[in-house]
Each structure stands twice: as C-alpha cells, then as structure tokens.
Ligand binder design. Structure first.
Ligand SMILES: N[C@@H](CCC(=O)N[C@@H](CS)C(=O)NCC(=O)O)C(=O)O
Length: 224
C-alpha cells in the first residue's frame, strides 16, 4: 500500500475519524496540522471543492470527505474491518452516518449556538431524531456490536461534543434524562484506547469554543 499523509485539524471531529480508522488498521501516516483560519496552499489544492480537512493522500493522490476516506481505508486495508461485512448492514451503517452528518449534527449546532425559540425547536427535533436513532443501537454496547465500528467512529462527534457543550453553554446539548443511552454509549466509547489517543483534549476544546463564542459575541444563557 502507498505512502499515507493526512491533513487535519486537532479541533476537527471529522479529522479524528480518519485518525481512528487508520490506527485501527495499524497504518502509519504523516500528519499535517492545518490552521483553519490560514489554510495551506496544499489543502486548497487537494480539496478545491470544499477547502476542508480532512484530506488523505495516498502516494500523493488526494481523497476528501471523512466518510469517503473511511470507506477507502476499510477497502484498502481489509484486516480489522470497520464497516459491517454484510452488504445490507453496511448500507444501513452508511445511511446512519449520512444521517449524523446531514441531519442530526446540523440540528445539534443550532441547539449549541442559539437561544430561546430557535433552540427549543431544534432541541425538540433532536429529541425526535434520537428516539428513532436509539433503535439502531438496540441495547448493544456499540453500534458495531461488542467492539467499535464505522458508525461508532462517525458518531464519536456526539461523545466529544456532549461534555464540551455542557461546559461551554451551561446546558445539556442532549438531555440525559430523555436519552440516557447516548451517555452510556459515550462512556463506553470514551474508554476505548483508540478514541482516547485521537480525541482532542477536552479542556483545550472547551477553551477553543469559549473563545469562539466570545469572538462572535454569542451570549451564554446560564439560566436554561
Ligand atoms: N463533510 C466534511 C466536513 C469536514 C469539515 O467540516 N471540516 C472542518 C473542520 S471540522 C473544516 O475544515 N472547516 C474549515 C472551513 O469550513 O473553512 C467531512 O466529513 O470531511
């Protein structure tokens, strides 16, 4: 297999997915930390459509978008599979991954960044979505079963944002009382060595979002 290089950012949960997938496969790679406020020419050239991290190079050839990169990694290094082996289960895992990125995560951002009616509406939407999504876990330890798999890596965005958001906005991003399974699943996930070794430092992450909130003049409503 070719030489691997990853362009990422420590704060990026999407970059983390790629790092976790590569480590699960035992693939060595060079890593370039991008400054997202001053992106390198290389990043802009390798991901000219979105200009975003992560980008992975295989022998100099770029692949962008974390879900696409994870698919590539699982196909290129077939040991320690990340996606389910059954085609139907694989399709389901991809469906839910797309749900997290295109539907759930944007709503969580609204809860995270907004106040009042807007926040309440998004919270209700998140509640409804999570009630359906819980059925996919179906009492298992991980979406992947006894061990973490593709969907757990994709959903790690939730496990890392939940504690961070509580500190930054002073309210639960996801209500523990309504969705205790999210917290149990997140506890299991955060105990995995491969996650611990690749997740951003929580204090650094909190400080990052506190500074971003301050620079955007967003007020934190501690009364909620
Ligand atoms: N859908 C993309 C999302 C990647 C993404 O949003 N990356 C962010 C960092 S978390 C980024 O590069 N932001 C820079 C920008 O938007 O200019 C993926 O899954 O890779």
């Amino acid at each position: 297999m070719g030489k691997v290089k990853v362009f990422g950012a420590w704060v990026s949960p999407f970059s983390m997915r790629v790092k976790v997938a590569l480590q699960m496969k035992g693939v060595e790679y060079d890593y370039v930390e991008e400054d997202l406020l001053n992106k390198s020419e290389d990043l802009l050239n390798y991901n000219p459509i979105h200009n975003k991290v992560p980008v992975m190079l295989i022998d100099g050839k770029p692949i962008a978008e974390s879900l696409v990169i994870m698919d590539y990694i699982d196909e290129a290094w077939t040991h320690n599979p990340i996606l389910p082996s059954d085609p139907y289960e694989r399709a389901r895992a991809r469906f839910w991954a797309k749900f997290i990125d295109d539907t759930l995560f944007p709503q969580l951002i609204v809860v995270f960044m907004s106040h009042g009616e807007e926040s309440e509406k998004a919270t209700k939407e998140v509640d409804e979505l999570l009630t359906i999504f819980e059925k996919e876990l179906n009492g298992k330890k991980f979406f992947g079963g006894d061990n973490i798999g593709f969907l757990d890596i994709v959903a790690s965005i939730l496990a890392i944002w939940i504690p961070c958001s509580q500190v930054v906005i002073g309210k639960e991003l996801i209500a523990r009382a309504k969705h205790p399974w999210v917290y149990t699943w997140a506890d299991h996930l955060l105990q995995c060595t491969v996650i611990k070794q690749n997740m951003p430092d929580q204090h650094k992450l909190e400080a990052y979002y506190q500074a971003r909130f301050a620079s955007m003049n967003i007020k934190v409503d501690q009364s909620e």
